[in-house]
Ligand binder design. Structure first.
Ligand code: MN
Length: 201
């Protein structure tokens, strides 16, 4: 198979009480797993089965909806698991903190803008912090399983931080209270991983 489900880098219950174990188990083992299976089915026997998921996203307009939806789903969730963690929360440091302050004023102003993107996304989608081609930071959101790497994205850039606002990401614990889930997310953000992504792009 071209693409595989990455192991969750911590236990299902590691993000409690902010994200519950049952949600993590279903989200990783059922939802993400289904994106991987459906992506593999969609690319089987085609040249794109030899491409990286990043390369597929960058040229997503060339591919059918099944690749866009499931390829995006695979990329987005693979990122999502790594930018959260049990020893997380707090605040970014170093060059990432400087870039956030330069772009948004303060960390709190950044969080307010990011949460507005997350809660304002109608239906299913994602909120993002991206590094744009000019090296600056921006907040954006995408519908469904689209992401800012995609050539169809309104705001393009390298994703540094992403928040899944599909109901499957929070409904068991938060029901319709998406803003509460978005607020709790900051307690589990792995800023070291976000900083690594910032430095690499
Ligand atoms: Mn999801």
């Amino acid at each position: 198979m071209a693409f595989t489900l990455p192991a969750l880098p911590y236990a299902f219950n590691a993000l409690e009480p902010h994200i519950d174990a049952r949600t993590m188990e279903i989200h990783h083992g059922k939802h993400h797993n289904a994106y991987v299976t459906n992506l593999n089915n969609a690319v089987a026997g085609k040249p794109e089965e030899h491409l990286s998921i990043e390369e597929i996203c960058q040229h997503i307009s060339k591919y059918p909806a099944a690749v866009r939806n499931n390829g995006g789903g695979h990329y987005n969730h693979s990122l999502f698991w790594t930018i959260m963690g049990p020893q997380a929360g707090g605040a970014p440091a170093g060059a990432l903190a400087d870039a956030i302050n330069a772009a948004f004023g303060t960390l709190d102003e950044f969080k307010t803008k990011f949460n507005a993107a997350a809660t304002g996304r109608f239906g299913s989608g994602w909120a993002w912090l991206v590094k744009t081609a000019d090296g600056k930071l921006a907040v954006t959101s995408t519908p469904n399983q689209d992401n800012p790497l995609m050539d169809v994205a309104e705001v393009k850039g390298a994703p540094l931080l992403g928040l899944d606002v599909w109901e499957h990401a929070y409904y068991l614990h938060y029901q319709n209270r998406r803003p509460d889930y978005c607020a709790a997310f900051w307690n589990v953000v792995n800023w070291n991983e976000v900083a690594k992504r910032f430095a690499a792009r």
